[in-house]
Design a protein around this ligand. Structure first.
Ligand code: IMP
Ligand code: MG
Length: 179
């Protein structure tokens, strides 16, 4: 692991307040109904748990995992489903919960996969959005924060498996150069 430092980009309190707003929005959008939060492992776990605690309509939670790999060029990135959801999604109001949308390939692949499961509806909810890096034509329905093109860790996001447990979002800095 290269030498690095971490500087706070989004403090814990700001995350908390924004997540409460999103949970409020979801609760009113689905008033009278129920939602299934489909948490994308591993990064989405922290965000999904905080959201789930604050949503006031009935909530169920399921998990899936997906990895995307470049195959030659970035524009032909392929996503592989590593873990399928356990629950039946047909007829459900599914909300995909992800840590971040970067190039957008992961979210695009998730939406395509989920449509084949015939849910009643699918929406996407991401904590962070890096619009400068977008290659696939996707945008999240619920979005916590727009951030610049920096590598971030914390609140579920990792660098080499580490730092997911930081209670804030930090920018990784290698030798004074922000990644
Ligand atoms: P996308 O397919 O390029 O949108 O990739 C999204 C995935 O890349 C996320 O689910 C993260 O796992 C990972 N990722 C993208 N940017 C960052 C970052 O700044 N820090 C940590 N992981 C990231
Ligand atoms: Mg991820």
């Amino acid at each position: 692991m290269k030498a690095h430092t971490i500087s706070t980009l989004i403090p814990e309190q700001e995350l908390k307040e924004r997540i409460a707003q999103i949970a409020g929005q979801i609760s009113s959008d689905y008033a009278g109904g129920k939602v299934k939060l489909l948490c994308v492992l591993k990064g989405g776990v922290f965000f999904a748990c905080e959201l789930a605690k604050l949503i006031t309509v009935p909530v169920t939670i399921d998990f899936m995992q997906i990895s995307s790999y470049g195959s030659g060029t970035m524009s032909s990135k392929k996503a592989v489903i590593r873990k399928e959801p356990d629950d039946v999604l047909e007829g459900q109001n599914v909300i995909v919960v992800e840590d971040i949308v970067d190039t957008g390939y992961t979210l695009a692949a998730l939406k395509e996969y989920l449509e084949s499961k015939k849910p009643e509806s699918v929406k996407t909810c991401v904590l962070l959005d890096k619009p400068d890096r977008r290659e696939a034509d996707v945008c999240a329905d619920y979005r916590g924060f727009e951030i610049p093109n920096v590598f971030v860790v914390g609140f579920g996001l990792d660098y080499d498996g580490q730092y997911r447990n930081l209670p804030y979002v930090g920018a990784l800095d290698f030798d004074g150069i922000t990644a």
